[in-house]
Design a protein around this ligand. Sequence first.
Ligand code: UT7
Length: 334
Amino acid sequence: MAKKKTAAITGVGAYLPDYILDNIELSQMVDTSDEWIMSRIGIKTRHILKGEGLGTSFMGEKAVLDLLEKTNTDPMDIEMVICATVTPDMFFPSTANLICYKTGMKQAFGFDLSAACSGFLFALNTASKYIEAGTHKKVIVIGADKMSSIINYKDRNTCPIFGDGAAAGLLGPSTRGYRSMMHSDGGGGQHLYMKAGGSAYPATHETVENNWHYVYQEGQAVFKAAVSNMADTSVEIMERNKLTPDDIAYLVPHQANLRIIEATAHRMGLAKEKCMININKFGNTTAGTIPLCLWDYESRLRKGDNLILSAFGGGYTWGSIYVKWAYNGGDFSK
Ligand code: UT7
């Protein structure tokens, strides 16, 4: 019997802006300290995109160009592009559409997907269905956010957490393992949101004066929900696929808080060494974190490695994907 067609990631590319905002500089902007940020969140530095008129598509374009070059892929061969982001350049055209245009992916149709910090997983899952259906063979999934465009650098509850960055994965057909579990709960929306700028509260002097165009977060409520939901779904996907901790090469967790990552790994019975962690360098880049982890750890990954990708974010949204890695780090011939 023919094996079921699934989707596999066959390459990753990334872009991080040059400017690095460290905890020392941040503690001159708000009442915080390196010690507090390191002990409560685990972030040392984050990258910030500077430059007038540069939005998320600027970073997405660079990540895609990196991906196309590394994988020796002709942009005209790409059939579909999904960009997960909550900081699109503008409402329309979509950021994916702009990236397709800027990188010469003229045969592709592109659209954005909004699921906050779970965005990359939701996009990966959507794209995988086109691959499984057999209608598409080369799809690019981007996770990109310019969080600095919606962060209030006078609010110490949120500004240390976030950074800017983009990464992209190339998806192709495979017969290797791929399973997903996705969830959302609109009831969680009240704890993490950006109030204005949409159709409910279009921009006015009042919305600007009230700081409604910035991220609002009730940290503790989100923290508790993140720990329980990320851990639950990660353990469940292990159980459903009969995976023991020994079977797993890496947990690839959303990088929101080192304590959330450690709690999730602990519940899964995984040692810290089996956990991709780069929150210290890049902070929380929202949809960017998971593909940035894959890109950062790519050289250590081996064909056949079992990975559990796991995220929790605004919405609430959360989920886990089990994927078998398709190539040895740095080898794009397969
Ligand atoms: O990626 C999307 C999903 N987001 C998340 O998963 C984030 C989840 N939440 C968190 O990671 C954490 O809740 C935060 C990092 C946001 C906050 O950490 P916390 O340990 O929950 O701190 P807290 O909000 O309970 O505040 C504890 C204390 C407060 O002071 P008092 O009232 O005890 O005197 C805060 O005012 O820490 C204070 N505080 C700070 N102090 C120094 C809050 N932010 C800062 C700061 N620097 N930046």
